[in-house]
Write a protein that binds this ligand. Structure first.
Ligand SMILES: C[S@@+](CC[C@H](N)C(=O)[O-])C[C@H]1O[C@@H](n2cnc3c(N)ncnc32)[C@H](O)[C@@H]1O
Length: 229
């Protein structure tokens, strides 16, 4: 798989990811990590975890990569890995690797697929999850307030009825059991500590939608093994 090393994109050396996994107590995959600052913070606060930031816009991760490669005393975080990939085409190394998934303040295909229940995005998320892995996804609901950005027009709003009646069924068909949905004022949303959420004004009236789910059924690898038998 392609990983961000400083300002460069490199092919991960054979076996490196597996070794990092074996040395860690938990693997957290932050999908659509953007500038990867949230991943960096989680990795720094939890040195025994391996935090994997995944994003196809790899140039945005370079500053955090440079910082994470310093000596630990100078802010280095050896347990952070930044991967150039979109979740619907996750690299083989990541399949079935995640103990936990995060999707914080997504945009573009990730946002649309998450909200509409698109199979490629939800199956992509499932492909990297271990069975029973929890998923937390956050979306700022101001995108549905006037003036609605052009690329959001027509995108269903995340509301309780929409999640219960439309999205939960689509997620389940892709191997995710929706376990909760909350609308919370930004400053109260504990799960939201991403760069985008922190850019919100402290007096912001932004309401954050937080969706939680758990990976149901066998993972991608188990499914493939069953088919071979
Ligand atoms: C608004 S940024 C949020 C970044 C970060 N999670 C945060 O909260 O600061 C959304 C990110 O989602 C990424 N993204 C869009 N589609 C994606 C996909 N299919 N797979 C993975 N990441 C995707 C974009 O490249 C972008 O960097």
């Amino acid at each position: 798989m392609q990983i961000v090393r400083g300002k460069k994109l490199e092919k991960a050396p054979e076996g490196e990811f597996q070794q990092l996994v074996e040395e860690s107590s938990r693997v957290v995959v932050d999908v659509g990590t953007g500038d990867a600052r949230a991943s960096y913070r989680i990795a720094k606060e939890n040195p025994s975890w391996l935090v994997v930031g995944v994003d196809p816009a790899w140039q945005r991760m370079t500053q955090t990569s440079i910082r994470s490669r310093r000596k630990p005393a100078k802010g280095g975080v050896p347990n952070l890995l930044l991967v150039n990939a979109s979740i619907e085409n996750a690299p083989p190394e990541l399949l079935g690797a995640a103990d936990e998934l995060l999707v914080l303040m997504p945009w573009g295909k990730l946002l649309h697929g998450l909200v509409r229940g698109d199979e490629d995005i939800w199956r992509g998320l499932r492909s990297v999850a271990k069975p029973n892995a929890p998923l937390t996804a956050t979306v700022g609901t101001s995108i549905w307030r006037e003036p609605v950005p052009r690329d959001i027009q027509g995108l269903p709003e995340l509301t309780h009825p929409y999640v219960d009646e439309e999205l939960a069924g689509k997620a389940l068909a892709c191997g995710w059991e929706v376990t909760g949905f909350q609308l919370t004022k930004a400053e109260e949303a504990a799960a939201v500590s991403s760069s985008w959420a922190r850019r919100l004004d402290s007096a912001s009236t932004e309401v954050i939608a937080t969706l939680t789910a758990v990976a149901a059924g066998p993972g991608e690898e188990a499914g493939a093994a069953e088919q071979e038998q």
